[in-house]
Design a protein around this ligand. Structure first.
Ligand code: SF4
Length: 96
């Protein structure tokens, strides 16, 4: 195996991301370090409101579930994806 054989990222059809309503709003879709639960609830409520108006909500949710993403995607946080049966490798804040 040479360095040219190494794949950094599996290629996916993600053109839909260009239409996402969250562009430029990463600070409310991904948690900062040591975020407190109450702060997380407020941040995710803001993110959820953006998602509910987004034209690619369903595509985004499906993508995040299939790729086991972290952060808030398609109106769901990691715990909601986990509870929907799309388990994360190392879930954050989810009890087994
Ligand atoms: S559904 Fe939410 S996270 Fe997904 S692209 Fe739209 S605004 Fe962004």
């Amino acid at each position: 195996m040479t360095v040219l054989d190494f794949k950094f990222r599996e290629e996916t059809d993600d053109d839909w991301m260009e239409a996402g309503s969250c562009r430029g709003l990463s600070d409310i879709f991904f948690a900062p370090l040591a975020e407190r639960p109450q702060t997380r609830s407020r941040r995710e409520a803001r993110a959820r409101a953006v998602c509910l108006e987004c034209p690619v909500l369903n595509t985004c949710r499906d993508y995040a579930r299939a790729h086991r993403e972290y952060g808030f995607w398609g109106g769901e946080n990691e715990e909601e994806r986990h509870q929907a049966g799309f388990r994360l490798i190392a879930p954050i804040g989810v009890r087994a």
